[in-house]
Design a protein around this ligand. Structure first.
Ligand SMILES: Cc1cc2nc3c(=O)[nH]c(=O)nc-3n(C[C@H](O)[C@H](O)[C@H](O)COP(=O)(O)O)c2cc1C
Length: 218
C-alpha cells in the first residue's frame, strides 16, 4: 500500500496540522507494515506556479509536444503519476485567510491535468481518474467555522475549494477532519478540540487498515 502524505504548513516547528498528519501516518503504519509513504512538504518543495508556457503545453496533445513543452510539464507529469499510483491520500494544512496556503493551491494547479487526472468525454462531461484512492484532509483553523455552530461558517472557502478540486479529479468521498477552533485562549477547550481530532483520526486509520486487509471472497 502506498500513501501520498502532503503537509502545507510553513511552520518548521509547532505546526498542529503537521503533528496530526504525522500521527495519522504513524497509526496507519501500525496496521500496514508494508506502507510506502510518499511525503511532500509544499512549503519546502513548493510546486511551480502555472505559467503561459505551462498552459500552452498542457493543452497541446501529448504526441505533438516539443521537447521544451515536455520539460515544462515534467514536474506536473511526475506529480500526477505519484498521485495516481497512491492508494491513499493524506493532505494536511492550516486555513490561511479563509482558504488554503498558496503552496497547496500550487500543488492542485499541477495536479488538475486533462488526460492525466481527468478526461473530457465526447459529450463534454468530465470524468476524474482518482477513483480508488482513499482521501483524508486534515485542516487546522484558528477560529470556528462549523456549520450551524459558528456565525462565520459561510466564510469557510477552504473546504469547498478542496472538495471541488478533488471531486473534479474523481475523489467523491473525501473525509475531512477540520480541527477548530485552535487559536482559543482557553487551553482546556483547545485540548478538547485536539482530543476529538485524535479520536477521529484513530477511527479513520482503523477503518483504512481494515479495508486494506479485506479480500473479496472467491
Ligand atoms: C497567515 C495566516 C493566516 C491565517 N488565516 C486564518 C483564517 O483565515 N482563519 C482561521 O480560522 N485561522 C487562520 N489562521 C490561523 C491558523 O489557521 C491556525 O493557527 C492553524 O491552527 C495553524 O495550523 P499549523 O500549526 O499547522 O500551521 C491563520 C494563520 C496565519 C499564520
Amino acid at each position: 500500500m502506498r500513501v501520498m502524505h502532503v503537509d502545507a504548513s510553513p511552520k518548521r516547528v509547532g505546526s498542529t496540522s503537521k503533528l496530526l498528519s504525522a500521527y495519522f501516518i504513524a497509526q496507519l503504519q501500525k496496521g500496514m507494515t508494508d506502507l510506502e509513504v510518499d511525503y511532500i512538504d509544499t512549503s519546502i518543495q513548493t510546486p511551480p506556479h502555472l505559467t503561459h508556457d505551462f498552459i500552452e503545453a498542457m493543452y497541446t496533445p501529448a504526441t505533438l509536444r516539443s521537447r521544451a513543452m515536455q520539460a515544462t510539464l515534467s514536474y506536473s507529469d511526475n506529480l500526477c503519476a505519484r498521485l495516481l499510483m497512491s492508494d491513499m491520500l493524506v493532505f494536511a494544512m492550516p486555513m490561511y485567510n479563509f482558504s488554503m496556503p498558496s503552496s497547496f493551491k500550487a500543488l492542485i494547479d499541477n495536479l488538475v491535468r486533462p488526460d492525466l487526472t481527468f478526461c473530457i468525454n465526447k459529450d463534454g462531461s468530465t470524468s476524474g481518474k482518482l477513483t480508488h484512492q482513499r482521501m483524508l484532509f486534515i485542516t487546522t483553523r484558528g477560529a470556528d467555522f462549523r456549520v450551524g455552530i459558528s456565525p462565520w461558517s459561510n466564510m469557510d472557502a477552504l473546504t469547498p475549494a478542496l472538495k471541488s478540486s478533488f471531486s473534479f479529479m474523481g475523489g467523491d468521498a473525501p473525509i475531512f477532519v477540520d480541527v477548530q477552533p485552535l487559536d482559543n485562549h482557553n487551553p482546556i477547550e483547545r485540548h478538547e478540540v485536539l482530543a476529538q481530532a485524535y479520536l477521529k483520526l484513530d477511527a479513520i486509520a482503523l477503518q483504512w487498515i481494515a479495508n486494506s486487509r479485506y479480500v473479496l471472497p472467491a
